[in-house]
Design a binder for this molecule. Structure first.
Ligand SMILES: *Cc1c(COP(=O)(O)O)cnc(C)c1O
Length: 225
């Protein structure tokens, strides 16, 4: 049976998809070229199932352990669901991440790259990775320093890790547009195609500025506890 909150989830999914399509229009992009990642972190399987039932197939989680506890079972039911890791990754979890995730958005340092390459060799599976950039040059934040980006990208290419694009999280409490535009410029300057940028509060701006992947949680599932 469908509950009231399931219905909300479907309405929200329709709204977010429509907003993405609307923001694609001015630049004549196709809505299908923007991948909507439904960020399901903290939400239990019964909140995720309505979106799967509605046809959403791409989901994001930020913690390896939480994803391990929820997704193997969901994937039995929905084998074509795809899981993206959007949170920071510790090097010692690289092997588990490579087993579980279809795309990793948080490759941000040479030591992690080394462990991911090793894990991919071992698993016999290449997992596309976004290189996360510390776009606001923030002390506490994950992400590759801007000055070190060309070198890290060269290493990714050398290690034969499929490069999905660049990812960023703009500093909170600031206008995100300049940071999205800067990430797009860095991608262009470095010959990288994909752009993972934009969350619930700013995905429309991100699409306008060229996002190929938006990571949307709250706007689909409601607030997290
Ligand atoms: C949680 C999270 C999101 C989604 O945030 P919302 O504001 O709920 O849409 C996107 N990206 C990352 C890296 C996150 O950790």
């Amino acid at each position: 049976m469908e509950s009231a909150s399931d219905k909300h989830a479907l309405e929200r999914l329709g709204e977010v998809r429509a907003n993405i399509a609307r923001m694609c229009k001015p630049s004549r992009r196709k809505a299908e070229d923007v991948t909507l990642i439904a960020v399901s972190k903290t939400h239990p399987a019964e909140r995720i199932i309505p979106l799967l039932e509605a046809g959403q197939r791409i989901f994001g989680e930020n913690r390896v352990q939480e994803a391990q506890s929820k997704w193997p079972k969901l994937r039995d039911e929905y084998p074509d669901a795809q899981l993206h890791l959007i949170g920071q990754l510790q090097s010692n979890k690289a092997e588990e991440a490579v087993e579980l995730f279809d795309v990793i958005h948080s490759l941000d340092r040479p030591s992690l790259l080394k462990e991911l390459a090793k894990a991919m060799d071992k698993a016999g599976r290449r997992v596309p990775c976004f290189v996360q950039v510390n776009i606001g040059d923030e002390e506490q934040k994950g992400g590759c320093p801007i000055a070190e980006l060309p070198e890290l990208l060269a290493k990714v290419r050398e290690a034969d890790i499929p490069l999905a694009g660049l990812m960023c999280l703009p500093p909170s409490g600031t206008e995100p547009a300049p940071f999205f535009a800067f990430l797009a410029k860095l991608a262009k300057d470095n010959g990288v195609a994909g752009l993972s940028m934009g969350m619930s509060s700013d995905y429309e701006t991100a699409v306008q500025l060229g996002a190929s992947h938006v990571r949307v949680g709250t706007a689909l599932f409601g607030a997290r506890e």
